[in-house]
Design a protein around this ligand. Structure first.
Ligand code: UD1
Ligand code: CA
Length: 475
């Protein structure tokens, strides 16, 4: 395939997508597994390495164009002012491309912006078949049990493709056909240009149908062929949120299966959601209820879950992360996290360190072998190696106006229920007494004590409560 030059890919994304019933998000910007509908389509297109990639935008064009710039800065958005049909959309795109390039030639691929399950492999096969057969048009088709709503592929007695007939324009016999048009095509640019100039709006919807190019080419004696999709699901177009969740499940299964085949143990695929850009090494184990988002990576031997969400988080070799919520964190090799642990952006856990139960850490480094085992908050702090942060310690990093930094050295023992009032530094090997409010630096090797000394008031109970507790009095 690499020897075949692909002139351009045109993505159709100007439609409103009314069936999503969203006043906020245009249809092609709805998300599944870390990418928008448009993002999935553009990623598959990019894999073909086209000279140009244009996306036809119309409804919510500002939002869609801004998103396109983010996901694929080299792509061009072309505005279709009025949605006068798929044929009109391609005409607008081709005119813009011709202006951009001085005339596109070779193969032009057209895909809808709402088909996130379409794979690069299928697009490649479509283009290869198109080039091999010297066709003017090659369309992607699929057999569906329920073809309602789709354009039907009409063939002649010898199996040649004659036309696409839209559902709304089809008679009873045509509606019984189960082979549908996926709205994915490879065209010869020059012949496409000619046919687009001949489209009419003489149909049930009063639109310029791209599908009419098929009959125009065929009646002009040109080769038209159909490439059957290996999996009908690939041709699925998303029109509403029911189809969106259905497509998300299918994509989830595809992603999970690819990781399983590459050596990842996934205990319960049905409750495991892995974004398409997540990277997992062999011998990772994912227990039930895991969601791995964004640019998360997990190294060999790590065990994630159950019930863990990782977003843009890096987990090192042989680490264990259970019942945790981690966002923008780095979990070092052999570190342990959880249960009920919240790691926020900028958290870096060193090799063999620990963030235990009911611990929240933000923008802080925990050194090698150091432990924050229970019920603590650590924010804007650097903790050295082999230190222990006692239960219920709070790094008091905020004074109501600004955040301040805390430094804890190596081999430190912070006593339980210590308040480390930032900015403050605890030297190497220092201790703090349990229950201390530490407002001044503690030098290396010292014990910091910052609490009221206990006093006992002799005879208080006899004087104030007649020598008995309230409970004893009632009995
Ligand atoms: C289209 C095909 C149909 C096929 C089906 C597959 C036509 C006439 N029909 O029908 O044969 O079976 O897809 O899903 O092509 N769009 C624009 N500008 C427009 C109109 C549409 O950009 O003026 C975009 C839409 O945003 C969408 C795509 O083109 O991404 C397809 O349009 P849609 O109206 O959904 O076509 P269907 O009726 O589904
Ligand atoms: Ca559609």
């Amino acid at each position: 395939m690499s020897d075949v030059r692909l002139g351009a890919v045109i993505v159709l994304a100007a439609g409103e997508g009314t069936r999503m019933r969203s006043s906020r998000t245009p249809k092609v910007l709805h998300e599944l597994l870390g990418r928008t509908l448009l993002g999935h389509v553009v990623a598959a297109d990019r894999a073909l390495d086209p000279d140009h990639l244009v996306v036809v935008v119309g409804h919510a064009r500002d939002q869609v164009t801004a998103h396109l710039e983010l996901i694929d800065p080299a792509a061009h958005a072309v505005v279709q002012e009025e949605q006068r049909g798929t044929g009109h959309a391609v005409r607008v795109a081709l005119e813009a491309l011709d202006e951009m390039t001085g005339g596109v030639d070779g193969t032009v691929v057209v895909v809808p912006g709402d088909a996130p399950l379409l794979t690069a492999a299928t697009l490649r096969d479509l283009v290869a078949e198109h080039v091999r057969t010297g066709a003017a048009t090659t369309l992607l088709s699929a057999h569906l049990d329920d073809a309602t709503g789709y354009g039907r592929v009409v063939r002649d007695d010898s199996g040649g493709v004659v036309a696409i007939v839209e559902h709304k324009d089809a008679d009873e016999a045509t509606r019984r056909l189960t082979e549908v048009n996926a709205s994915v095509y490879a065209f010869d640019a020059a012949r496409l240009r000619t046919a687009l100039g001949q489209l009419t709006t003489d149909n049930a919807q009063g639109e310029e149908y791209l599908t009419d190019v098929v009959a125009l080419h065929r009646s002009g004696g040109l080769v038209v062929s159909a490439h059957l999709a290996p999996d009908a699901a690939e041709t699925m177009g998303i029109n509403d949120r029911v189809q969106l969740s259905h497509a998300r499940r299918l994509l989830r299964d595809r992603v999970v299966e690819a990781h399983q085949r590459a050596g990842v143990t996934v205990v319960d695929p049905a409750t495991t959601w892995i974004d398409v850009q997540v990277a997992l090494e062999p011998d990772v184990e994912l227990r039930p209820g895991c969601q791995l988002h964004g640019t998360t990576t997990v190294a060999a031997g790590a065990v994630i879950g159950p019930d863990t969400t990782l977003t843009d988080t890096q987990v090192g070799e042989d680490a264990v992360v259970l019942k945790a919520h981690c966002d923008g964190a780095v979990v070092g090799p052999e570190a342990t996290v959880g249960p009920y642990t919240y790691l926020r952006p900028g958290t870096r856990l060193g090799r063999g360190s620990k963030a235990g139960g009911f611990v929240e850490i933000k923008a802080s480094t925990v050194g090698e072998g150091s432990k924050v085992p229970h019920l603590a908050y650590v924010g804007d702090a650097v903790i050295g190696d082999r230190s222990n942060i006692g239960a219920a310690t709070v790094v008091v990093n905020y004074d109501g106006r600004a955040k301040h930094r805390t430094t804890v050295g190596d081999d430190v023992r912070i006593g339980s229920d210590t308040m480390l009032v930032a900015p403050v530094t605890i030297g190497d090997g220092a201790y703090t007494a349990a229950g201390s409010v530490i407002t001044n630096d503690v030098p290396a090797g010292a014990l910091g004590v910052g609490r009221a000394r206990q006093r006992n008031i002799e005879g208080w109970v006899t004087r104030k409560r007649g020598g008995r507790t309230d409970q004893e009095k009632q009995s």
